[in-house]
Design a protein around this ligand. Structure first.
Ligand code: ATP
Ligand code: MG
Length: 255
């Protein structure tokens, strides 16, 4: 198996000596190509910090992060921007669609920047749209779409460039249960069909149960991990709930 992401002894400290927060405290793990990994942990455990240092939004205090063959902790300036644009896909909780562009234009943007021909872009968008069931909203502006539709358009935008790594922070956080389920099924499908490698932060055991592996973090450290293997989603869900209660959280907060 090809390793896409390698995190080695990463520490991220905030503050100064008298007021130090160890948001990430010597965390190490690796993700293979084609994995769908969920990251869970209580509020304040370091999930967003972890995603931010991987997505190069934030810098590590120490340690190494490799994406593909690239060490990203030393990348700067134009090379960092290019790397982000070409290798990573982001899905944020608040969608981050551009309000003045239609769904189609939002999705097309990254491909236009790459200089791809309009005809090729169109074929890619039509195919992605049918997989995510957003064909009907392609000509709509963000304010004309439902939350679930916006989230699926944002997902299409992140996935259309076939990034090496897709990073999602609480992608279902703003969705109702039906839209959440639909988006997660899309993720699962794209993960299988396109071999998209997905790293998803989530509070909720239901979302995590769609992943092939769940990493649990506690106080900035890796606490446990579960692999789905051949388990049904329901069985996996129950195992996740067990670890969540071990973590000391209230399981009811997380489902
Ligand atoms: N910019 C910052 N300055 C100082 N401390 C920070 C900063 N960002 C995060 N922290 C601290 O680092 C720790 C981890 O925060 P992080 O946002 O990664 O948690 P999280 O697991 O994403 O939580 P949540 O589930 O509430 O989103 C927390 O104790 C938080 O207070
Ligand atoms: Mg967070």
């Amino acid at each position: 198996m090809e390793t896409i992401l390698k995190i080695a002894h990463v520490q991220k400290y905030y503050g100064n000596k008298t007021n130090l927060t160890k948001a990430l405290d010597d965390i190490s793990f690796a993700v293979d190509k084609g994995e769908f990994v969920a990251i869970m942990g209580a509020s304040g455990s370091g999930k967003t910090t972890l995603l931010n240092v991987i997505s190069t939004i934030d810098r590590v205090t120490s340690g190494h992060i490799q994406i593909g063959h690239q060490e990203i902790t030393t990348l700067k300036g134009a090379r960092l921007n290019q790397f982000r644009r070409e290798k990573l896909g982001f899905i944020f909780q608040d969608f981050n669609l551009l309000d003045t562009l239609t769904a189609y234009e939002n999705i097309a943007l990254a491909l236009q920047i790459q200089g791809m021909k309009a005809r090729v872009i169109d074929a890619k968008i039509q195919q992605m749209a049918s997989q995510l069931d957003i064909t009907e909203v392609l000509n709509k502006y963000p304010y004309e779409m439902s939350g679930g539709q916006k989230q699926r358009v944002a997902s299409a935008r992140a996935l259309i460039t076939q990034p090496e790594l897709v990073l999602a922070d609480e992608p279902t956080g703003a969705l109702d249960s039906r839209s959440s389920k639909y988006l997660l099924e899309c993720f699962q499908h794209l993960n299988k069909q396109l071999q998209a490698t997905i790293l998803m932060v989530t509070h909720d055991a239901f979302s995590a149960s769609y992943a092939s592996r769940v990493l649990f973090i506690k106080d900035g450290k890796l606490f446990n991990e579960l692999r789905r293997g051949e388990m049904s989603r329901k069985t996996f869900f129950n195992q996740i709930i067990d670890v969540v209660s071990l973590l000391g959280g209230d399981a009811n907060d997380l489902i």
